[in-house]
Each structure stands twice: as C-alpha cells, then as structure tokens.
Design a protein around this ligand. Structure first.
Ligand code: ADP
Length: 459
C-alpha cells in the first residue's frame, strides 16, 4: 500500500506514460507491418505479371527455364516458383530443396481474379513466407512464394529497439514524475512545518509564496491569512484578558479598602451604611462592565436571527437625541437633531442599534466642553442609511483614531473622564453584525464626527 502522495503521483505518471508509449508503439508497429505486407504483395503481383508475359509468348519449357533462372538469381532459399497444369499437376518449378514444408497439392484458383495471397508459417525456417497463387491463360496456375525473412527481421529490430527505448524512457518518466510530484508537494511540506510551529505556539512562521504553482500558492496564502487572523485573535484575547484583570482589580481593591477601613474604624451604623452604598456602587460599575463585554461578545458572534425585524433609524436617532437632551443641557452643550420626516428602514435589532447611537452621543457630550455643540443627523444615500454624530469637542489625535475602537482603549487625554473604554467596541460590534461600518474623522481642538453606515432595507 503506497501511502505518500508523492509516490502515488509518481506511479500514476509513470503508468500513464508507459501506457501511452505502448499505445504509440502499437500504432507504429501495426502500420509498419501493414506497409511491409503491402509492399511484398505488390512485389509478388509485379513478378507474376512478368512471368505471365513470358508464359503468353513462349513454350512451357522456356517458362520452366525462366522459373529456375529467376529463383537462382534471387536465391533459391528466398524465393520459389511452381507452375501447375489445368489438372493441378506441377509441371515446372524452381529448385525447391530449401522449401521442404511446402505441400505439393495445389488448390484451384478462379481465373480472372487477383489470385490468392497467403502467409505460410515455416516452422523449420523459423520464418514465414508470402505466397501468391494466381491463374494464367488456359487454366494453368502459377505460384510464387517469397520468404519474409528481411521484413520479419526489421520488425524484430523495431521491437527490440522499442523495448530498450521504452525501459529507459520509463525510468526517466519515473524520475521526472518523482521530481515534479516532490516539487508540487514541497508547498504542503512548508505548510505542515508552519502548522507544527503553530502547535508549539509560534505564530511567526509564514509559508513562502510564489514558488509552487497557483493552487499550492493559493492554499499557502489562505493558510498565512488564517495564521495571521488566529495570531491577532490570540493577541486580542490576551490583551482583553489583561485589561479585564486590570479593570476589575481597581474596583475590587477599592471594595477591599472600604471593608478594611470599616472593620478597623468606628463601626457605627452610618459608617456601615455608607460602606454598603459605596460597595454597591462599585459592584454596579463592575456588573455594567461585564454586561457590556457580554453584549460585545454576543454582537461579535453574529445575530442572524435578530436581523428579521425592520427598524426605522430616523425614529431611533430622534428618540436618542431627546433622551440625552437633559444630560446635554446640564453640561451646557447644545444638541441639534437633523433627521428627515421619511423613514430610514434597516433590518436589525432595535435595542442594540439604539444602544450604539446612544454610546456615540454619550461620548460626543462627554468629550465636548460646556458651550459646545453636538449635531445628530440621519439620511439615506445610495442604498445606505448614514447616521452621523458630530461634536465640537476635544477631538482625537490622528495617530490614535485607529485604536479607539479596541476593547478597553481609553486615550490619555480622557483618563479624568469616567468610562470603561468599551463603548466604541460595542458600537463597532453592533454595526458590523448589521453588515455596516463605523468611521471616525476628527481634529484635535475642533471636534469629531462619527459616521455609521448601514445597508438600507430594500423593499
Ligand atoms: P469611554 O468609556 O472611555 O468613553 P469609548 O470606547 O466610548 O470608551 O471611547 C474610547 C476612547 O475614545 C475614549 O476614552 C476617548 O479617549 C475617545 N473618544 C471617544 N469618543 C470621543 C469623542 N467624541 N471625542 C473625543 N474623544 C473620543
């Protein structure tokens, strides 16, 4: 049982090559043999015509002499002639001493036909002969036989040469097949090596491209992309785990501190109540953080089932704008809502889309100083619904804009503002799960614009 693909491919290639070579040889051999046969038959007929001419114009004795002379000039072991009377008795012949296997009895041949052509196997001479028996004028029959020794030798040489050539070519084909198969499989070998590195936790090895032919290169490319994706996912997972640990440690330390102070302190009822209140507040923050993380995970996992509902984004933007009016007023930030009267329908989950818009508006108000302005707008544009939240706030440096959507990302400039760094991650996860995109444009000191694009519901 052959197990490696290289060996199997080599075997297939060699077998196919061998089969095609044999086929080509058979065609060539049969054609050559047929040509030789035809040539011999033509020769016999020409010879017959010549002797028929002699027979027509001369006596029987002259014909007999001609037969002997002809055979002697050609070689009595290579050719024979026999002349039969209409009663099928042999009346003249060449020297037949080299032809002991010939049967003496002639069989009648109809006149005015091309005669009878036969191949006789002569076991003593280990050869065969081609014999033409044809009627002459007056019911006489002339038989001419030629030994096929030269033709058979030629065919034998042909077979021998093919045998040698075929063996060499077959070995060559096996070698070429092996080299080609090994080269084709080399890419798979590299992929396997890279996989072994991944199994050991090393994601740095990628498979070299452009060496093995398109199919293997495509596989290698897909493998490299998969490896990169897995590497990013693992890195994200590590950093998220790190961040969660850090973000949970602070409230937990605070809770522990509160409990310790209360334990060692005055221990009156008011102090207990204050501590309990503070502990509840810290716990709420943690619960809210954990809930947001769960929501992000859920949105990331996709929400095909939820996409069954039709949602009017114009209404959502209007509602969210109203909801934040008081918060904005308290901070001295003006909110302007520019939404068309017409509906802007998308397929999706109302609560999550509402949460995404609310998160962006919350940030816009949070990062805009008193006296600033936040504009909330929605419109339809080339089969898309665009929602934009623009503020005149502190802005985001160009270099940081790429990472603000990462989980737990909080820019240094906003450390003093409360937040978990999960808001924008949730926005992105929700928008992506609806087949949309979220983008940011910002200039430090001037403000930021966040734009959500969702595919419009087609109906
Ligand atoms: P946070 O809870 O810190 O607001 P987010 O994920 O919502 O977390 O935002 C991530 C970071 O992006 C914020 O900490 C802030 O630095 C920056 N950011 C988000 N929105 C704005 C905005 N409208 N203007 C300026 N900076 C912003």
């Amino acid at each position: 049982m052959i197990r490696t693909l290289t060996a199997r491919l080599t075997l297939w290639y060699t077998a196919l090559f061998g089969l095609l070579s044999l086929l080509a040889f058979s065609v060539a051999y049969v054609t050559l043999a047929a040509n030789l046969n035809n040539r011999m038959d033509d020769e016999l007929r020409r010879e017959f015509q010549e002797l028929a001419e002699v027979f027509r114009h001369h006596e029987q004795a002259a014909v007999a002499r001609e037969l002997i002379a002809e055979a002697e000039s050609e070689g009595i072991s290579r050719v024979f002639y026999r002349l039969y009377s209409p009663q099928l008795e042999m009346v003249a012949s060449s020297d037949l001493s080299s032809w002991p296997e010939l049967d003496t009895q002639a069989t009648p041949v109809p006149e005015d036909t091309g005669g009878r052509l036969q191949t006789l196997i002569l076991s003593e001479q280990r050869c065969s002969a081609r014999v033409l028996t044809q009627a002459l004028e007056g019911g006489y029959i002339l038989q001419i036989g030629y030994l096929l020794q030269d033709d058979e030798r030629l065919l034998e040489h042909f077979r021998e040469s093919f045998g040698i050539g075929f063996t060499i070519a077959l070995l060559g084909a096996a070698l070429v097949g092996f080299l080609v198969a090994r080269r084709a499989m080399a890419g798979l070998g590299h992929i396997q090596q890279a996989t072994n590195h991944i199994i050991r936790g090393d994601f740095s090895r990628s498979v070299p491209l452009g060496r093995y032919g398109e199919e293997i290169d495509n596989l290698a490319l897909a493998f490299n992309q998969m490896q990169e994706r897995v590497r990013i996912l693992i890195e994200e997972l590590r950093s998220v785990t790190n961040n969660i640990a850090h973000d949970l440690r602070s409230p937990l330390t605070r809770i522990r501190g509160l409990a310790e102070t209360t334990l060692t302190g005055g221990q009156n009822l008011t102090e207990y109540q204050e501590t309990a209140g503070a502990v509840i507040e810290e716990c709420d923050k943690m619960v809210s953080m954990v809930n947001t993380m769960l929501e992000i995970a859920e949105a990331d996992a996709g929400m095909r089932k939820l996409l069954e509902t039709s949602v009017d984004m114009a209404a959502i933007v209007r509602d969210v704008g109203e909801l934040f009016l008081t918060v904005a007023e308290d901070k001295g930030v003006e909110i302007q809502v520019a939404v068309p009267d017409a509906q802007l329908m998308v397929r999706g989950d109302r609560t999550r889309l509402q949460r995404a818009v609310a998160n962006l508006l919350d940030n816009a108000i949070k990062y805009t100083p008193s006296g600033g302005k936040v504009t909330l707008s929605a419109r339809g544009e080339s089969s898309q619904v665009l929602i934009s939240i623009a503020d005149t706030g502190i802005g985001i440096p160009q270099g940081e804009q790429g990472r603000i959507f990462d989980r737990f990302c909080r820019l240094d400039q906003s450390r003093s503002t409360p937040g978990s760094g999960l808001g924008l991650s949730l926005v992105q996860a929700v928008v992506h799960s609806h087949g949309g995109k979220v983008q940011v444009g910002s200039e430090v000191g001037l403000g930021s614009v966040f734009t959500i694009r969702l595919p419009e519901q087609s109906e």
